[in-house]
Design a protein around this ligand. Structure first.
Ligand SMILES: [Zn+2]
Length: 162
């Protein structure tokens, strides 16, 4: 069956990413979670684990990718989708591109602090990522930040003040 991005149940998969975000927050981490979907199956999960891994690179999306990119190594450009509760940072967006696994990005809350959206317009990024969609369950994601990291939610919403 042909891949149809619009027919995917974005709400269902984002709720799974939000579960990962809630687990992270309950462990004292930032409330960020991600799942990777391939052929309508969740094939990878990740959550923010800075404290657990003692590593500031342990972002939810990168954690999910590191697990999934191995399993999907033989399926490059096969329309896998990453669902993440916060817009991917520049590192994670780069990892998504370099994985050759994920061709579609769905995020909940836009990150105006890092402001990664313009990176989607880089030709190499656009070549790999066919859909880059935000706003799916963004209120639910924001509610987790409000509960666990309200000061950081202000930065995410308002970005940098010049
Ligand atoms: Zn990241």
């Amino acid at each position: 069956m042909a891949f149809d991005f619009k027919s995917l149940d974005h709400i269902f998969y984002m709720r799974e990413a939000l579960k990962e975000a809630a687990f992270a927050a309950q462990s004292g981490e930032r409330p960020i979670g991600a799942v990777i979907v391939h052929h309508e199956r969740i094939v990878g999960r990740g959550r923010a684990e800075h404290l657990k891994k003692h590593n500031r690179l342990a972002h939810a999306e990168l954690n999910a990718l590191l697990e999934t990119a191995t399993n999907l190594y033989d399926y490059p450009h096969d329309n896998a989708v990453i669902y993440t509760t916060l817009e991917p940072c520049e590192m994670c967006l780069g990892a998504i591109v370099m994985s050759d696994v994920v061709n579609h990005v769905v995020f909940a809350l836009a990150d105006r602090w890092i402001n990664p959206s313009p990176m989607f317009e880089i030709p190499h990024v656009r070549h790999h990522i066919q859909n880059y969609v935000g706003g799916v369950l963004e209120k639910e994601s924001a509610a987790l930040w409000q509960q666990y990291r309200p000061d950081e939610l202000v930065l995410i919403h308002d970005g940098r003040k010049l």
